[in-house]
Design a protein around this ligand. Structure first.
Ligand SMILES: C[S@@+](CC[C@H](N)C(=O)[O-])C[C@H]1O[C@@H](n2cnc3c(N)ncnc32)[C@H](O)[C@@H]1O
Length: 390
């Protein structure tokens, strides 16, 4: 009862569930109401509610590697993607896939080895850009690549791409797997993931965006809703959701729930520190309403900043060696994932740089190499696990 009452479910559903389960009411459990609410007969309904509210642990999917093994694997191997070669049913979900260049490079690299081992691969990709939209430019799924990946795919590859899909609203997509061997997000979108709404007020975010990007407003471009930003006297147009801020907690929760191993790559400096703040136990690194800037970051992150700033391109370090990892990742209210179970990361590796030998990369990472004035990006390898029930 307590778990239901404190859950993020809508109030009416919470009350109905409590009323349906309340053994103190005359006649005990209200089987009819429970059936209406869950669609299940009483014993199955109660079992499902116990799993949903994390009172019992659901069996891990047979093919999913356990977190301890995933951690040991990534510590010992230069390419975390090699994990796919080890598991029975390899699968990867790529979030914000853009032009699908990562998918192409990844398949060139891994499909032959997987085929050689007689393994089928499930590769799923989503992006919020609406196919056919005039906005979004080079990030649209490249039609020739899409054709190659779908029509010309061998039988051993199950590839699907969904455009016009917000990665934080995947719960209504029944074709996605419940859990993937790997979840990746290459060059997480900015400003979408650059500011954490549980730490920064809408007013602080808005004022910072206006100061750094320019005034912005919603307009229509040839009938399509768009965001117009006045940047240095020039009107730039983007998809209308470009400045919708989800924050890193939402992305981390999504990745932890869907992947046995998660990779966030080509992370720009601003997004990186905001993500990092959500990974560490020290709440002093999550000061309320303070925007992270090159001026404030060294002081806020102290010795962690010193350790990370000293990494050279291509170097890697284990975050738990620098500071304790957060014991529980707060359940973000943004993703409409159906499961309120708490997760955390048991291991986090940080690398400096855009591309790494033997590892596939997306087109944004490849572009970083030519941007000499850009601060080198960051790369995170994360091993999630459920927080054990107390
Ligand atoms: C910087 S681009 C990176 C594209 C590609 N992953 C790469 O590495 O080149 C960010 C991508 O995320 C997509 N995106 C932004 N917000 C999203 C969301 N909420 N759900 C899904 N995709 C999103 C954008 O449309 C864009 O394609």
């Amino acid at each position: 009862m307590e778990r239901i009452q404190h859950s993020p479910l809508p109030g009416t559903l919470r009350d109905e569930l409590v009323a349906g389960l309340n053994p103190a009411s005359a006649g005990g459990i209200d089987q009819v109401r429970l059936k209406e609410l869950t669609g299940l007969p009483p014993t199955k309904a109660i079992r499902a509610l116990c799993v949903y509210f994390a009172l019992v642990r659901e069996q891990a999917p047979a093919s999913g590697p356990v977190p301890e093994k995933v951690e040991a694997f990534v510590k010992q191997n230069p390419s975390p993607y090699d994990l796919l070669l080890q598991v029975e049913k390899p699968s990867l979900l790529d979030l914000g896939a853009g032009d699908l260049s990562f998918e192409e490079e990844f398949l060139d690299h891994y499909l032959p080895s997987l085929q050689h081992r007689g393994k089928d691969l499930t590769l799923h990709a989503v992006d919020r850009l609406q196919p056919g939209s005039q906005l979004g430019g080079a990030y649209h799924a490249d039609p020739k690549r899409l054709h190659r990946l779908t029509r010309d795919a061998p039988d051993s590859l199950q590839f699907r791409f969904w455009g016009g899909v917000d990665m934080l609203d995947l719960s209504t997509h029944p074709h996605l797997l419940h859990e993937y061997t790997m979840v990746t997000c290459h060059a997480p979108a900015t400003p979408t993931f650059a500011y954490e709404p549980t730490r920064l007020s809408p007013a602080a975010i808005h004022s910072h965006l206006t100061k750094t990007k320019g005034d912005y407003r919603t307009v229509r471009v040839r009938g399509e809703k768009a965001l117009e930003v006045m940047h240095r006297g020039q009107a730039l147009t983007f998809p209308h959701w470009k400045f919708v801020i989800h924050g890193p907690l939402a992305l981390l929760n999504l990745a932890a729930r869907r992947g046995a191993l998660c990779i966030l790559s080509a992370i720009d400096d601003e997004v990186f520190w905001e993500i990092l703040a959500q990974l560490v136990e020290d709440s002093g690194m999550r000061p309320p309403d303070v925007i992270f800037t090159p001026e404030t970051i060294p002081e806020i992150f102290g010795h962690v900043h010193q350790t990370l700033a000293s990494l050279t391109i291509g170097e890697r370090c284990n975050l738990p060696d620098a500071t304790p990892l957060r014991r529980t990742l707060p359940v973000s209210t943004t993703p409409r994932e159906r499961n309120p179970i708490a997760y955390r990361f048991r291991f986090v590796e940080i690398r400096r740089g855009a591309v790494f030998p033997g590892m596939p990369a997306g087109s944004t990472a490849r572009r970083f190499r030519h941007m000499s004035e850009e601060v080198p990006p960051w790369h995170l390898v994360l091993v999630p696990e459920r927080v054990p029930a107390e």
